[in-house]
Write a protein that binds this ligand. Structure first.
Ligand SMILES: Nc1nc2c(c(=O)[nH]1)N[C@H]1C(S)=C(S)[C@@H](COP(=O)(O)OP(=O)(O)OC[C@H]3O[C@@H](n4cnc5c(N)ncnc54)[C@H](O)[C@@H]3O)O[C@H]1N2
Ligand code: MOO
Length: 419
């Protein structure tokens, strides 16, 4: 933007919270789909899962041993065993409910239904393991080793609430509850397009002016980590027609989200700005944060949300964490869309630009301490080009916009990104 005299007008900054609110007001949950249980790991649940059965399903034995009437076994001891007739054998999966009279026992395996006529299980170790008659050498507690129907979950109870990530533990609970399918939000299909004529694939011998493209992999991996699927990943040179063609390919492929990197600033070849700024649905904004000040966000003419992240790799990483990840989780209908934070003390001091909230890549020391300690992960400070240092970052220290300096011993909020 420039004024009539041609000098740049001061750019108005929006706060991180304002920009995030704008993003979250624009993106909504994707339509839910019903999928077989086995295909839902890593997706987000869209409906409540109620149990169709008690868990455990029926009273069953917790031990390999003998089902007995407790009254028969009260006097048992090593010196004076109680001897019972073994009148049945019940493996797991058996539908048999033998009548066990006084003075008798049924051999039973772990998980098998307890005969209705018995009330106690004696583990094998407290017997002589007999198969015709069994000597019981330890008196059991009444009701010992019986896992009761419904003691974990009652039929009709909710076992999973909408909005949760489907982890292995939650899938096990859904399976035990008898759900053959789950209503889930699909993984957002996301295009990741890094722009820049200087970019070459990692490992390519570099000519003057060229650098390896690290943002494609960074952003595609972050998309996957956030539950999305990067269906188109690649680079385009700083050429408006090439970017338009790539966006058209995204439209034909029906992606749910487009994430661009680079070309959002004020440079002469800032291709994202050249292509998207004329669109009514996309805004180019300066956010009061460091790194990550120049941002583009909005919707493409077909309604697909689009992010234009700054090209500097640390800026791209921070911008993803602050804006794109919450958006991807919102698209999945996730109830908790933010990274966990912790409080930590600064081991060293550093400078921070007043008026911008700083996200400093940090290493967290002594995380198990009451107050962990953080130090800068990127040698040389918060430079948004210091991608090498990102490798050791455990998170980002969030320094308030009002601060101009972090002093050793200051207490900071840290966004935890690596676990
Ligand atoms: N005159 C001004 N110049 C700049 C300003 C400004 O306000 N006025 N803002 C600076 C800030 S802050 C940032 S952040 C960058 C953002 O620029 P762009 O989004 O236009 O990004 P590029 O210019 O394309 O690239 C910046 C930097 O990052 C490298 N890069 C880009 N893509 C990748 C990639 N895929 N992998 C690895 N590295 C990448 C690129 O080579 C540049 O070095 O603008 C400042 N300038
Ligand atoms: O806003 Mo830029 O992302 O600081 O380098």
């Amino acid at each position: 933007m420039s004024d009539a005299s041609g000098t740049a007008a001061p750019t108005e900054l929006v706060t991180v919270d304002e920009q995030l609110a704008r993003v979250l007001a624009t993106v909504g949950p994707l339509a839910p789909v019903r999928l077989p249980l086995a295909g839902t790991w890593g997706l987000t649940l869209a409906g409540t899962v109620t149990s169709s059965t008690d868990i455990p399903v029926f009273d069953n034995s917790a031990m390999d041993g003998y089902a007995v009437r407790h009254a028969d076994t009260e006097t048992a001891s090593a010196g004076n065993p109680v001897v019972l007739d073994v009148i049945a054998d019940i493996p797991a999966g058996s539908d048999h409910d033998p009548f066990v009279p006084t003075g008798a026992a049924a051999r039973i395996m772990t998980g098998a239904p307890v005969p209705s006529s018995t009330d106690t299980i004696v583990p094998l170790e407290h017997t002589d393991s007999g198969t015709v008659r069994v000597a019981i050498t330890t008196a059991p507690r009444p009701s010992a080793h019986i896992r009761r129907a419904g003691e974990d979950v009652r039929a009709g109870d909710a076992v999973l609430e909408p909005g949760v990530l489907l982890t292995p533990f939650r899938l096990a609970a859904a399976a035990a509850a008898g759900s053959p399918t789950l209503l889930v939000r699909p993984a957002p299909r996301t295009a990741v397009i890094a722009t820049g004529s200087e970019l070459v694939p990692p490992g390519t011998p570099l000519e003057r002016g060229q650098i390896p493209d690290s943002n494609s992999l960074l952003l595609a991996s972050l998309v996957a980590e956030a539950g999305g699927v990067a269906t188109r990943v690649g680079t385009v040179r700083d050429d408006a027609d090439a970017l338009r063609a790539e966006l058209e390919a995204c439209r034909s492929a029906g992606v749910d989200l487009v994430v661009l990197s680079g070309g959002v600033s004020v440079g002469a070849y800032d291709v994202v700005k050249a292509v998207l700024a004329p669109l009514a649905g996309v805004d180019f904004i300066s956010v009061a944060m460091q790194p990550g000040k120049p941002q583009a966000f909005g919707v493409l003419p077909d309604g697909t949300p689009v992010f234009g992240l700054p090209g500097n790799p640390v800026s791209a990483a921070v911008s993803f964490e602050v804006f794109v990840r919450p958006a991807l989780l919102r698209m999945q209908g996730r109830s908790d869309i933010f990274r966990p934070t912790l409080r930590a003390t600064a081991h060293e001091g550093w400078r921070t630009p007043p008026g911008r909230r700083q996200y400093m890549p940090v290493i967290i020391d002594r995380e198990d301490a009451a107050l962990p300690r953080v130090r800068q992960a990127t040698r040389g400070g918060s430079g948004s080009h210091l991608v090498g240092g990102l490798a050791s970052a455990d998170g980002f220290a969030v320094v308030p916009a009002e601060a101009s300096e972090v002093l050793p011993g200051d207490i900071l909020t840290v966004m935890r990104v690596r676990s």
